[in-house]
Design a protein around this ligand. Structure first.
Ligand code: NAD
Length: 493
């Protein structure tokens, strides 16, 4: 009997181009089936309660960290990043699972609100309920840390989850599900589906109760449009062009060290990686000289060789190359490296300076191990230029005395003062952006509440001698409402 072969796709080792694994492409029908199973499991998962779910999630996080060598090898194979970076990423993911598991009950606790004078006989409460089934679509650059920032918070809140990892890192996605199923009390709480963009599209319209997307701004717009057809709410965590502001009073050695790491680690493939530096002209030459000195000590190479790996997605090399060329053509200069640094699949460190603000290299996400350093006359100019971007994800500020005041003026979702990436590692604070960097939040209480909905419950505690909300309302009741409203000047709450 002839059987219809399930279509598949391959993932690759980006350092060698060799096939790393072969995975099924889930069709829209299969996606719908998985979501259906997740919906059935959702009631039981909710009934398990906060404590029951906490135990499962903490066991899952223990297994991940106990098998960190295994998952780090897989992450490194599929992304090309060094094993030590993969381990750091896995540890950060584990700390988020722990935070979500331990804090879900407190974050979702029913809150009591003041009913106001006219409604003084009522008790007003807001309960929080899980949504049901949450769909998560992930990127490849941090294939465990990024999706777990949605998955663990959604699970802790009481939702079941269907996860579509990037087609570049399906193995990591499957591994996460397999390890979860070792501790799961029953099936279909957390399921991974594999496939290309179309499978992601099918998840958007599958009837999930919310879709949490992390990836490029271009795809985010497609995801939002697809989700709109089924009124599916979305969280969109997209790209960035993160600025670094360096004041004259900054600790330059530390600022350079963190900025070069932020820009080049993971081959520059970090949504919150430094892409543009605005440095006070009084210390700009010194900053550039220190940056070049440091860049000379790092190089790209296969895991075990380089400080960072290849471009995970081969097509990104063209974008990186075009930005380096655009920066030079538009009037910028190379302080270290240049077009010749692009040696597919690797890109060696590139430092550019004095690049005009309207260059594509300054406006678009490069997602490569390059950094542009521009001089500014003062911090007001730095703030203005930092904010003049279509993106608004993260930012870094380096100053001994003015960090907080500069941070307060930045139009972005997260700011690190005298550090970099730190806000991603603090589980209790929300992570996300504004403008084309997306909307909604992951991490922290705000990230957990994304996977819940508020249910308002207002209950009569005792009856008043008159009822305003009744056909029995009398003219004197009307007069009383107007008089009280006037007297309170609208302060009814
Ligand atoms: P991408 O947009 O190419 O893909 C992301 C995911 O979307 C993949 O799983 C892909 O299969 C899926 N997809 C593609 N087309 C789809 C469609 N039509 N409908 C539904 N799903 C579809 O992004 P990427 O290249 O994997 O990731 C890199 C990007 O992600 C960068 O822009 C980076 O800045 C961003 N990113 C953002 C954050 C954040 O938290 N803000 C974190 C990591 C990465």
């Amino acid at each position: 009997m002839a059987t219809k072969r399930t279509p598949t796709f391959d993932s690759h080792n980006p350092a060698t181009g060799e096939i790393a694994g072969t995975y099924p492409i889930f069709s829209a029908k299969q996606v719908a089936e998985v979501v259906g199973h997740a919906r059935t499991a959702s009631t039981k998962w909710q009934e398990l309660g906060f404590n029951g779910r906490k135990k499962v999630l903490l066991k899952w996080s223990s297994l991940i960290i106990n098998r960190v060598d295994q998952v780090a090898a897989l992450i490194s194979l599929e992304t090309g990043k060094p094993i030590s970076d993969a381990k750091l990423e896995a540890s950060m993911a584990v700390s988020h699972i722990g935070w979500a598991a331990r804090h879900a009950e407190e974050v979702m606790r029913t809150s009591y609100r003041a009913p106001g004078l006219l409604m003084a006989n009522m008790s007003a409460t807001v309960q929080r309920s899980p949504l049901g089934v949450v769909g998560v679509i992930g990127p490849w650059n941090y294939p465990i840390f990024t999706p777990v920032g949605s998955i663990s918070y959604a699970l802790a809140a009481g939702n079941t989850v269907v996860f579509k990892p990037s087609e570049y890192t399906p193995g990591v996605g499957m591994w996460l599900e397999e390890v979860f199923n070792e501790v799961a009390p029953f099936a279909d709480i957390f399921t991974t589906i594999t496939g290309l963009g179309e499978t992601g599209g099918a998840l958007c319209t599958s009837g999930v109760d919310k879709l949490s997307f992390t990836g490029s701004t271009r795809t985010a717009k497609l995801v939002a449009a697809q989700c709109a057809t089924t009124m599916t709410p979305v969280v969109l965590e997209c790209g960035g062009k993160d600025p670094v502001i360096v004041a004259a009073d900054a600790n330059l050695a530390r600022a350079v060290d963190a900025t070069i790491w932020s820009a080049m680690a993971n081959a520059g493939q970090s949504c919150i990686g430094a892409e543009r530096v605005y440095v006070d002209e009084k210390v700009a030459d010194q900053f550039i000289a220190l940056a070049v000195e440091l860049a000379k000590t790092i190089h790209a190479g296969a895991p075990g060789d380089g400080n960072y790996g290849p471009a995970t997605m081969p097509s990104q090399i063209k974008v990186i190359q075009s930005h380096i060329k655009a920066a030079i053509k538009d009037g910028g200069s190379c302080a270290y490296g240049g077009p010749e640094s692009v040696q597919p699949p690797f890109v060696q460190p590139v430092i550019l300076f004095d690049v005009p603000e309207d260059s594509a290299a300054m406006r678009e996400e490069t997602f490569g191990p390059t950094i542009i350093i521009n001089r500014v006359k003062d911090m007001q100019e730095a703030i203005k230029l930092a904010n003049a971007s279509s993106y608004g994800l993260g930012a870094n500020v380096w100053s001994k005395r003015h960090g907080k005041s500069i941070a307060a003026e930045l139009a972005c979702g997260m700011v690190a003062i005298n550090s970099t990436f730190s806000f991603a590692a603090v589980a209790s604070v929300p992570f996300g952006g504004v403008k084309e960097s997306g909307y909604g939040r992951v991490h922290g209480p705000e990230g957990l509440l994304e996977y819940t909905y508020p249910r308002t419950v207002v209950r009569t505690r005792f009856n008043l001698p008159m009822s305003f909300l009744s056909f029995k309302r009398r003219p004197k009741d009307d007069r009383l409402v107007i008089a009280v409203t006037r007297w309170l000047k609208g302060r009814l709450g």
